[in-house]
Ligand binder design. Structure first.
Ligand code: UT7
Length: 329
């Protein structure tokens, strides 16, 4: 039986770099083809920053847009959580830098590491803290500069990712609209299927480690694909069951934008027709924690999500981690 939501999304915003990297341009960098990338992933192009651009600026831009959209002032924000694995520095948390950039001086701020599940993890943690700590307004951001950890010689990974940020302002629900059911999951036994071995305490950034490209992404693509379909389907089923609704009742499904074949497989599992599935992986590639909030923002602003719509959100990423939510907008 569906429960009453406690928190709701009041406004959204997103920010993407201007620079477009097309499949044709990647053909000049690495041994690949537009045809392979399109057929195997659905990606046609992605947005990338100039090398050395920090995440904080992009995240703050998305945050300001979300604040404008919600009519909430920076001073009203009690809490900022930034889901990311590509913060400006190891510390301090990039959320603190964003807090300063946007003037949210009354907010506590921290980063949350759950890779591509970072935004939905952050959304649930923010919601839980609002219930437990009495915070009234939270800013939840998912943002990545994934190009900062790409090995441009590794065709298995470099064609997949892009940079971007998305944000949502969370407030107290009116009892009808909001986060109805959420689910989080993790399985560390498969952590080595998708990881960045370098720059942490395991492999500090010594000259040797950097020369061996330990600071870049490693992925066993085919296995990650298999886990992604299973975990995303399971996570979606869980929140549908808890909410006591059928997938048919959803007005829109927003899956993590990693690969069009994964999106199609999950949609097929729930018999959701393609017109009810949001896709922008063709334009932005996989932006990890930014993928879901960018899609929500685009869907709201283009009228794909209307007031009162029931929307399913589902994601999967390194950890392994996964997360899902049913939201009434
Ligand atoms: O965001 C969180 C999670 N990440 C994901 O969800 C990603 C999940 N995985 C995937 O999306 C897919 O597994 C990939 C897109 C990464 C790869 O697609 P695939 O259909 O699983 O291909 P594969 O890895 O099985 O490789 C098939 C072939 C291989 O050649 P051989 O061994 O068959 O001769 C690869 O070497 O494709 C080759 N290949 C490429 N060819 C051209 C791999 N990357 C490329 C490339 N261009 N960029």
């Amino acid at each position: 039986m569906s429960k009453k939501p406690f928190t709701r999304i009041l406004g959204t915003g997103s920010a993407l770099p201007d620079k477009v990297l097309t499949n044709a341009e990647l053909e000049q960098i690495v041994e690949t083809t537009d045809q392979w990338i399109t057929e195997r992933t659905g990606i046609k192009e992605r947005r990338i920053v100039e090398p050395g651009t920090p995440l904080s600026g992009l995240a703050a831009k998305a945050a300001r847009k979300a604040l404008d959209d919600s009519g909430v002032s920076p001073e009203e924000i009690d809490l900022i959580i930034l889901g990311t694995v590509t913060g400006d520095m190891k510390f301090p948390a990039t959320a603190c830098l964003v807090q300063d950039l946007i003037g949210a001086k009354n907010a506590v701020a921290f980063d949350l590491s759950a890779a591509c599940s970072g935004f939905l993890y952050s959304l649930q943690v923010a919601s839980g803290l609002m219930i437990a700590s009495g915070y009234r307004k939270a800013l939840v951001i998912g943002g990545e500069i994934l190009t900062s950890m790409i090995n441009w010689k590794d065709r298995d990974t470099c064609v997949l990712f892009g940079d971007g940020a998305g944000a949502a302002v969370l407030g107290v629900s009116d009892g009808e609209r909001g986060l109805i059911h959420t689910h989080l999951g993790a399985d560390g036994a498969h952590s080595k299927l998708l990881y960045n071995p370098g720059c942490g305490s395991l492999n500090p950034p010594t000259v040797e480690n950097v020369q061996e490209n330990l600071h870049t992404i490693r992925m066993a693509g085919r296995e990650v694909f298999r886990h992604a379909v299973t975990a995303m389907s399971g996570a979606m089923q869980k929140v549908l069951d808890e909410a006591g609704i059928d997938a048919d009742d959803l007005d829109l499904l927003i899956p993590h934008q990693a690969n069009l074949r994964i999106i199609d497989a999950v949609a097929k599992r729930f018999s959701v027709p393609s017109e009810k599935v949001y896709v922008n992986v063709d334009r932005f590639g996989n932006t990890s924690a930014a993928s879901i909030p960018i899609a929500i923002d685009e869907a709201r602003k283009s009228g794909r999500i209307k007031e009162g719509d029931l929307v399913g959100l589902v994601t999967f990423g390194a950890g392994l981690t996964w997360a899902s939510a049913i939201v009434r907008f």
